[in-house]
Design a protein. Structure first.
Lengths: 138, 247
């Protein structure tokens, strides 16, 4: 979008403050925001891990055993636990925000925020339960 | 007994000097019923008449007296001195805007952005006056009423780091205003605004820091408005994809 500032052309020089690269360390809220943005890396990490596991499964038992061997290394366990924590934090804060984006009306009644977030959590639990059941039974 | 005082540090910029802004200290009476704006008026009237700042209504309606007070964007008419005692209180111009002089910022960019979102009722076809007014129920009004409370004080733009980093971003107040009309049952301009705002400088620039809603003195919740807009934008994109495939 172009800004038209024609009528201020001959105005004395304005002062503009550039945003420093570490602007976000000024306030805790901004630090929290940057931390949450960084937790997206954990989500991407798990997505890539899932693709690798799928590929290993396709390639046969040896490739799968090799991947599992790699993942059972203590360093990988530490990384995965940290990534799990970050991914859980990202997902929970995401679900807590969902009522902001979703405004559901049934007639004149607006569905309360807690029910919107609750619905998302219930869906998450349900899908997790189905996957776990498939794993145990399969 | 001498009256208790508090120090106000004002960031002053004098364009004729061409120098960088500097902090200037003033001692003002610390009175229980004084807000930061009263302190600035005291300075202007009794200490230093050259201090420049904007104000008008003194009751949180006009949106003119927004400034950074101790690093937070606030309406100075609603910020009591006692809240910051024993001080000092640092008063600076609103973040992310060019400074014209002292505490006065340049707001053309903001005004252009407000105009950009077409903040008026758009009708595909105007109905003749004889057909009467457009009716609206209280429930329909409640859909967007909160978004009508904006006083254009620009605090949300100062609280938004995205606007600070990417000045092209349409910004919180303008996007909330667009939603105010999108959700109005008399308006038919949804598609027109979506075309303008569903892009990198519009709704998709918002990374949901959420500070715009915290800073808003009128409870508008621009962050919520933008998230709703994003959901509508995503639904619109899927719809257009399916329509294209269906052809």
């Amino acid at each position: 979008m172009e800004t038209k500032t024609g009528y201020t052309l001959h105005h004395p020089k304005w002062h503009r403050e550039d945003k420093p690269i570490f602007w976000w360390v000024k306030r805790w809220v901004y630090i929290g925001f940057i931390f949450r943005e960084l937790t997206s890396v954990a989500i991407a990490y798990f997505a890539i891990l899932m693709i690798l596991a799928y590929r290993a499964l396709q390639s046969g038992p040896e490739a799968y055993a090799e991947l599992m061997g790699c993942l059972s290394h203590p360093a990988m366990i530490v990384i995965n636990v940290l990534a799990l924590g970050a991914a859980l934090y990202h997902s929970i804060t995401w679900f807590n925000l969902s009522p902001k984006a979703m405004v559901v009306r049934l007639g004149n009644w607006r569905v309360p925020d807690i029910m919107i977030a609750g619905g998302n959590y219930a869906g998450w639990l349900f899908i997790s339960a189905v996957i776990t059941a498939a794993y145990i039974l399969g | 007994m001498a009256e208790e005082t508090i120090t106000i540090e004002v960031l002053r910029y004098l364009p004729e000097d061409g120098a960088e802004p500097v902090l200037q200290e003033y001692e003002v009476p610390l009175r229980a019923d004084w807000v930061v704006l009263d302190a600035l008026n005291h300075i202007k009237d009794h200490i230093d008449g050259t201090l420049s700042y904007r104000w008008s209504c003194r009751m949180g309606v006009c949106g003119s007296c927004g400034m950074m007070v101790n690093g937070e964007p606030v309406l100075t008419c609603a910020a009591f001195l006692t809240k910051f005692a024993p001080g000092p209180i640092r008063v600076e111009p609103l973040d992310h805007f060019p400074v014209v002089r002292d505490l006065v910022v340049e707001m053309t960019d903001f005004v252009d952005k407000i105009k950009h979102v077409k903040p008026w009722v758009i009708r595909e076809e105007e109905k003749p006056l004889e057909e009467g007014e457009f009716k609206q129920t209280p429930a329909e009004l409640s859909d967007f009423k909160a978004y009508t409370m904006c006083i254009n004080c620009m605090l949300c733009y100062s609280a938004c780091p995205v606007y600070g980093l990417e000045p092209g971003f349409t910004g919180p107040a303008a996007l909330a205003l667009a939603q105010r009309y999108n959700l109005d049952n008399r308006d038919e301009g949804n598609d027109e605004r979506m075309e303008l705002l569903s892009n990198d400088e519009g709704i998709w620039s918002c990374t949901m820091v959420g500070e715009c809603s915290e800073a808003c003195p009128k409870g508008v919740d621009p962050a919520g408005a933008i998230q709703r807009y994003k959901l509508a934008g995503a639904a619109d994109w899927w719809k257009s994809l399916i329509m294209k495939k269906g052809r």
